[in-house]
Write a protein that binds this ligand. Structure first.
Ligand SMILES: [Cu+2]
Length: 136
């Protein structure tokens, strides 16, 4: 009886300290991180009309963020023909979200995107060429 009382109060004190610490930590986190957390992840904000250059067998930039209902324009500045074909995971779904079809050197194609989501795409001629469209 006499031993349980001190140990219980010590236990409670420890919890109070822990809770106080957590509350303080959460409080300062909420205050400091609010704007950073609600802001988009790394990279520029979603735009209405995104542009991607194709050069040296790469999509530049590799990842673009576009608003739902916006558009993406791919311009081929490379020596080889390329496509930007959405990767639907096979089963005939590739290109179902967007597909520039073959873009010869100097050609451009604009597609519209309406459904929010993250879409990986690739070049049908050069499967190692990959990019990503984030529709917000
Ligand atoms: Cu290509």
């Amino acid at each position: 009886m006499s031993t349980s009382s001190p140990s219980r109060s010590a236990f409670c004190a420890a919890w109070l300290v822990a809770i106080a610490f957590l509350v303080a930590a959460c409080g300062s986190d909420d205050g400091g991180d609010e704007s950073a957390t609600s802001a988009k992840p790394a990279g520029p904000a979603a735009v209405q009309a995104a542009k991607v250059q194709i050069a040296s067998f790469k999509y530049v930039p590799e990842t673009i963020r576009v608003k739902a209902g916006g558009s993406i324009t791919w311009t081929n500045q490379d020596v080889a023909p390329h496509t930007a074909t959405s990767d639907g995971g096979g089963a005939g779904r590739d290109g179902s979200v967007f597909n520039t079809d073959t873009l010869k050197t100097g050609r451009a194609k604009t597609v519209k995107v309406s459904e929010p989501g993250t879409y990986n795409y690739y070049c049908v001629f050069h499967r190692f060429m990959v990019g990503k469209v984030v529709v917000e």
